[in-house]
Design a binder for this molecule. Structure first.
Ligand code: NI
Length: 173
């Protein structure tokens, strides 16, 4: 397994719409395992492929904070089938080190995807795991959690976001 390099806000790959995986072959399995390893090493609870520079529709989720003992997994070519509810909770993102902000999202999600063995799966999640899935799924479409910030919140962060984008600072403080 190998650690992958994280891409930070300002890297154009984070705004790309990622391409579907055509075939869950050995190369994809290896990449998925590396994505899970990188997420863990960076203390993340979710990581999308384009956050390590690969614009393909895969993301990793670590559900263990919500469900102790449940192992990290990947979803490949995920499709959100249904959502329910609306809840605000503080979020972060490995591509925005040090930035945490409350974001409104659905409370529950029903998602279809391929697992790491290439099997079709359908899973219903709520709470933190639903939030992770929705946050990571957005990454696949080039959408970032800052896109949900209110106008005033964006104004407040504008200067730091610009500096982060320009590579002048590495961490929000
Ligand atoms: Ni993120």
């Amino acid at each position: 397994m190998a650690m992958l390099d994280l891409k930070y806000y300002g890297d154009p790959v984070l705004r790309k719409v990622s391409k579907p995986v055509e075939n869950v072959d050995g190369r994809i399995v290896k990449f998925a395992e590396d994505l899970i390893e990188t997420m863990g090493a960076k203390n993340g609870i979710g990581l999308a492929a384009n956050q390590v520079g690969e614009a393909v529709r895969i993301f990793a989720v670590d559900p263990s904070l919500a469900n102790p003992g449940e192992k990290p997994f990947v979803l490949i070519n995920p499709r959100i089938i249904a959502t329910e509810g609306d809840v605000g909770y503080e979020e972060g993102c490995l591509s925005f080190p040090g930035l945490f902000e409350r974001v409104q999202r659905p409370e529950k999600v029903l998602v279809e995807a391929l697992d790491i063995d290439g099997n079709s799966i359908r899973t219903e999640r709520d709470g933190l795991v639903a939030r992770i899935i929705l946050h990571e799924n957005d990454h696949l479409d080039g959408k970032l959690f800052i896109d949900y910030f209110s106008f005033l919140r964006k104004q407040m962060y504008n200067n730091k976001l610009k500096r982060l984008k320009a590579g002048e600072i590495e961490v929000f403080r």
